[in-house]
Design a protein around this ligand. Sequence first.
Ligand code: ATP
Length: 267
Amino acid sequence: MSAPVITLSHVSKVYSNGTVALQDMNMTIQTGQFVSLVGPSGCGKSTVLRLIAGLGGMTTGSIEWGQSLTENHKLAFVFQEPALMPWATVMDNVRLPLKLAGEPKQKADQDVLEALQLVSLRGFERSFPRELSGGMRMRVSIARALVTKPQVLLMDEPFGALDEITRSRLNSDLLELWQEKRWTVIFVTHNIYEAVYLSNRVVVMAARPGRVVADIPIDAPYPRSEEFRTSPLYNDYCREVSARLHEAMHGTSQDHHLRTLSVGRSR
Ligand SMILES: Nc1ncnc2c1ncn2[C@@H]1O[C@H](COP(=O)(O)OP(=O)(O)OP(=O)(O)O)[C@@H](O)[C@H]1O
């Protein structure tokens, strides 16, 4: 059995303007899990990631780290916007975290090339962000996270701004990498299909106040191919997440809603 890597216990977050972003959030993430957080806008998904990353403090509660984590390089964050330095080459953008950590240039260059290899961007070292497509810029952003060799990868809607085809390709590539490296991934998305395809666990949150309302294991084997995306099992999981999300947003079960509608029609 795998060990817990992050445990949130009774975490609440009230921003200075009084917004209760999270209330009594409890969640334990096991080493190597791929966990997606889904939920309506404003339910606190990004706040959870930021608290885990140590970007701002929580109001009450605690976040504990598993013993398997080493002190250095344990976390990397990928945001929705690639946030690259426009004046710097791909090589320099990806090297940034190592430069900030004071890694010697020769060793850093080697690590950068490895990271670019992982995201299939070898050959673009000297390109500038403006010369790349949206998908390629996101790959640079992922390489910049991976170059630090993280144990935990926090991803805040990384593919939200990309077209469907690019998103689907990056989903597959991310899964392949995850299977090889086995980081723990916490992935925020609005997209149910993406969450089910990628994750072995989908956590559904509700808003006002932000909290966990469902925790759904996606019990399907990896690697997950196109076959999985078109399978009845995949559809069943998407329907289940969708129903829980509907409850989170409207406070009623979608099944109940559908039953009420059909009863209404038959009258
Ligand atoms: N710095 C802040 N100051 C005040 N309120 C904030 C701040 N950041 C977030 N909030 C509020 O906290 C709540 C949760 O925000 P958060 O961004 O975590 O939600 P989210 O689920 O990630 O939303 P979305 O899906 O729209 O990105 C929202 O009501 C938001 O307005």
